[in-house]
Ligand binder design. Structure first.
Ligand code: SF4
Ligand code: SF4
Length: 351
């Protein structure tokens, strides 16, 4: 595939051209961190970020999204009828998404785009979006992507991958959507360059890792009943931060909100770490303690997902939950405990 070279000036000019056909989202500095925002005119993405505090998953899966509107005014003919909320599925580009976050979109697609059901809202935004990745040459200390089925130059889920070469960029088109975007931006100059030249060095900077090799074959009930959940969950305050920052978490709740006689039905991000996440109308809560909830989060990501989809763990190693957890619960340690316990089970069975 032809690699394209883009000077820094050409980048700004191309972004201006893209704005005519796309909504442009990119990383910007905000308070003490970085976040993805729609970039207003004349504002370019800020590539000095390592990674953003929240992933850009909200561009495809908004934190709060209206599904229907209705009126309770019985003098109106349309009283109590649900009407589709207005939607905007015009073309958009996420410019500068990290490869881990793009792979996370591919993992969440397994939930929203199935043979039995295609979520129209998620699919509408996903299909409208072109994903332009920025390779990650300065990973965070908590990144472990290379052992989570990903990496700083990973291409899965991307339409274009860009590598910063100091005084210029190299762009590698990875799909037809990506080639179209490069054409609209006017970035068409072929480069005689090795795109992956910095890949091995970037991978070598990933300082931490997880062992996952025994998770698939581990006995589910043995892991579920393991004695380490008490220790792991002890400090958790069920704040839900780990799930909100996670690019692969997809849970939502549907709520009706009524103001006067006007109502709307919206879906909002939810978290398996919240005590009311699974509460029944009877008052019974099958995950009534924090041990249940913490175990559910890790069993889902590191065991149930692995068995159901055969696509590795439901984690891309971005390290956000490690950095954000107020009580230092670390998925690398939990994964290690689960993987070693699986190894112990195999040894015990072999005796
Ligand atoms: S961020 Fe930490 S304390 Fe908060 S719910 Fe997650 S594991 Fe528990
Ligand atoms: S579980 Fe943690 S490290 Fe893994 S993708 Fe989610 S936020 Fe990143």
């Amino acid at each position: 595939m032809t690699v394209i070279t883009i000077t820094k000036t050409e980048l700004s000019d191309g972004l201006a051209a893209l704005r005519k056909g796309y909504k442009l989202f990119g990383p910007v500095a905000e308070k003490s961190s970085y976040t993805f925002r729609e970039l207003e005119k004349d504002r370019d993405p800020d590539f000095s970020y390592q990674n953003t505090r929240l992933s850009p998953k909200g561009i495809v899966f908004p934190q709060s999204e209206d599904m229907f509107t209705y009126t309770l005014d019985s003098t109106r003919e349309d009283a109590h009828f649900l009407k589709e909320a207005p939607k905007d599925y015009s073309p958009r580009v996420i410019f500068g998404i990290r490869p881990c976050d793009a792979k996370a979109v591919s993992l969440t697609r397994m939930n929203f785009d199935t043979r039995a059901y295609r979520d129209p809202y998620w699919m509408g935004l996903f299909e409208a979006t072109t994903f332009v990745g920025m390779a990650c040459d300065t990973p965070c200390q908590t990144c472990f992507c290379t052992t989570a089925g990903c990496g700083p130059y990973h291409e899965e889920g991307l339409d274009v991958l860009i590598s910063d070469r100091g005084d210029h960029y190299l762009a590698k088109p990875l799909s037809e959507k990506g080639r179209q975007l490069l054409a609209v931006a006017g970035w068409l100059k072929p480069a005689e360059a090795d795109f992956d030249k910095n890949k091995a060095a970037a991978e070598a900077k990933i300082g931490s890792s997880v062992a996952t090799d025994r998770l698939a074959s581990a006995d589910t009930l043995a892991l579920y009943g393991a004695d380490f959940w008490e220790d792991i969950s002890f400090a958790c305050i069920n704040c839900g931060t780990c799930t909100f920052v996670c690019p692969t978490c997809w849970c939502f709740d549907i709520q009706d909100e009524v103001h006067g006689k006007t109502g709307k039905r919206a879906r909002n991000w939810d978290s398996c770490m919240f005590p009311i996440f699974t509460i029944h109308t009877t008052g019974h809560n099958p995950r009534g303690t924090k041990l249940h909830r913490v175990r559910q989060r890790f069993m889902h990501k590191l065991k149930y997902f692995v068995g159901k989809y055969e696509a590795g763990i439901m984690c891309v190693g971005c390290g956000r939950c490690i950095r954000a957890c107020p009580v230092n619960i670390d998925i690398r340690n939990v994964c290690g405990l689960m993987n070693s316990r699986a190894a112990e089970n195999v040894c015990a069975e072999g005796k």
